[in-house]
Write a protein that binds this ligand. Structure first.
Ligand code: 9UX
Length: 72
């Protein structure tokens, strides 16, 4: 069963920032897709909760160097 998580991502300045966030999320297990929108400071992630959690995704975004908050 898939789930969708939406995060606010603060601090992304250019498209390459969004690219590195997207890549980092996609390297995690249990990710179906990740879309990062630099203009709106958002990341949407489709994932399998049996394999990865919102918490782990949020920590991964923060490890890349940005402030992430789970919206829903
Ligand atoms: Mo663009 Mo982001 O030069 O850290 S990659 S601002």
């Amino acid at each position: 069963e898939q789930k969708i998580a939406l995060f606010t991502v603060i601090g992304m300045t250019c498209a390459a920032c969004a690219g590195s966030v997207e890549k980092a999320i996609k390297r995690l297990p249990g990710i179906h897709d990740a879309t990062v929108d630099v203009l709106n400071d958002r990341a949407q992630v489709i994932f399998y909760p049996a394999f990865v959690s919102e918490y782990t995704i949020r920590e991964t975004i923060e490890d890349v160097g940005f402030e992430a908050t789970l919206i829903k």
